[in-house]
Design a binder for this molecule. Structure first.
Ligand SMILES: [Zn+2]
Length: 413
């Protein structure tokens, strides 16, 4: 690897050498290792981008030769460094709280998609300032746990005015905003799902489209049929949006096959899959995004990540952070679940929560530590990434940088 760095103005705050890294996960596949692991490593960050990665001893020589005179040194003290997490599936903007529903579910009540309507009522009633403050607090919570790229969905407005508000507010915190008007049939249209879909593909899509990059639909019994989802997703595509699908969460269904047929970037949940679903995914560019926080919080069976990986399917892990079925923003927790409950190796799970999430968002500038990518880095208070699964519930995220800028964490308030 080259140590040459383009000349020109340097932003000192976003330029440093992170060295003394015991185990660096680059996600640049090498020698049969998809994680591109480098031991005793260093990373040179220049103006918020990765300029160089390699062995720490080579970095010392490069610096001594004057390639980067006076660069600030950050010593990792032998700890592990991974790319910032890419959380490709969240519902972070909403009003209200569903702790009572969670308590009832833990006491034995079954989870169904209809609980979403409780949040819709609270979200419609909330002011912009209230929604903005709640969203900011949740984004800060995500970042403190190492998430540097976030997708945020609408879907708790379900009327033209509120969906447009949610899309606009979400766009203030991320470029990865998804229009999920087809989350459930709005309460005002109960009993006439097709009429509600007319609204979603018409006035609602027009009202949100300048704020969003993606369109999504919940293909599930109790939400929308495959035909209704196809209408929504094709309308989004005609408006220039990329496609994502919620599918096969609560039972077998057509979500996965619809997603593959439409060339969706990702189909999310994938808990109930036939062999044909798995074969379709393996032969496609559609990422299977698994959301085990949901199964943990709803006592549903976990998706079989091992089966998908063995079939050659690209798997991402995400939080699905939402007030009903998975109110966690922690990708370390999701990684621990994926390893403990879904048959993933620690290396596969960390890859899926970083590079996998980037694939699910069709991004090449995040999820990987390589020259030219964004300097989104997480320093773990651990000697290896395995500790993310091995030490569940322990706050191992010690320092986080986004675009080369250090963010506050629990360890560095
Ligand atoms: Zn979701």
């Amino acid at each position: 690897m080259s140590t040459s760095v383009p000349t020109g103005a340097t932003d000192a705050a976003k330029t440093f050498l992170l060295t003394g890294i015991g185990e660096l996960t680059t996600n640049v596949a090498a020698d049969g290792d998809p994680c591109g692991t480098v031991h005793d490593a260093a990373v040179l960050v220049r103006n918020g981008r990765i300029a160089w990665t390699g062995r720490a001893t080579d970095a010392s020589e490069a610096l001594a030769s004057g390639a980067e005179p006076g660069v600030r040194i950050v010593n990792a003290g032998g700890r592990a460094v991974i790319p910032g997490f890419v959380d490709s599936h969240t519902h972070l903007i909403f009003g209200g709280d569903r702790a009572e529903e969670f308590t009832a579910r833990m006491a034995g009540e079954r989870y169904a998609a209809g609980g979403i309507r409780t949040t819709v009522a609270a979200t419609r009633a909330a002011t912009d300032d209230h929604l903005r403050a709640r969203l900011a607090a949740l984004v800060a919570e995500c970042r403190a746990q190492g998430t540097t790229t976030l997708e945020v969905k609408t879907g708790y407005g379900l009327d033209v005015e509120t969906e447009a508000r949610l899309a606009r507010l979400a766009a203030e915190v991320t470029d990865e905003v998804t229009f999920l008007g087809a989350h459930v049939v709005a309460p005002d249209h109960a009993g006439s799902a097709d009429e509600y879909v007319d609204l979603v593909v018409g006035d609602m899509l027009r009202a949100v489209s300048s704020h969003v990059r993606w369109i999504d639909a919940f293909c599930e019994e109790g939400a929308f049929t495959a035909d209704q989802c196809r209408r929504v997703l094709e309308a989004g595509r005609a408006a220039g949006l990329g496609i994502r699908v919620h599918g096969n969460q609560l039972g077998f269904g057509e979500g996965v096959r619809l997603a593959v047929a439409l060339g969706a970037a990702a189909v999310d949940h994938c808990t109930f899959l036939t062999d044909d679903d798995v074969i379709a995914l393996a032969g496609s560019d559609t990422v299977a995004t698994l959301l085990p926080g949901v199964e943990f919080s709803t006592r549903q069976p976990y998706p079989d990540a091992r089966r998908l990986r063995d079939a050659g399917v690209t798997v991402a892990l995400a939080s699905d952070c939402n007030p009903g079925s998975s109110f966690t923003s922690s990708l370390p927790f999701v990684i621990a679940l994926a390893v403990r409950e879904m048959g993933m190796t620690p290396a596969e799970a960390v890859w899926a929560a970083t590079a996998g999430g980037a694939r699910a968002l069709r991004r090449t500038d995040v999820g990987t530590i390589a020259p030219g990518t964004r300097a989104d880095l997480v320093l773990l208070d651990a000697p290896s990434r395995v500790h993310l699964a091995y030490r569940p519930g322990v706050p191992l995220v010690r320092r986080v940088w986004k675009d080369g800028e250090e963010l506050p964490t629990a360890a560095t308030p």
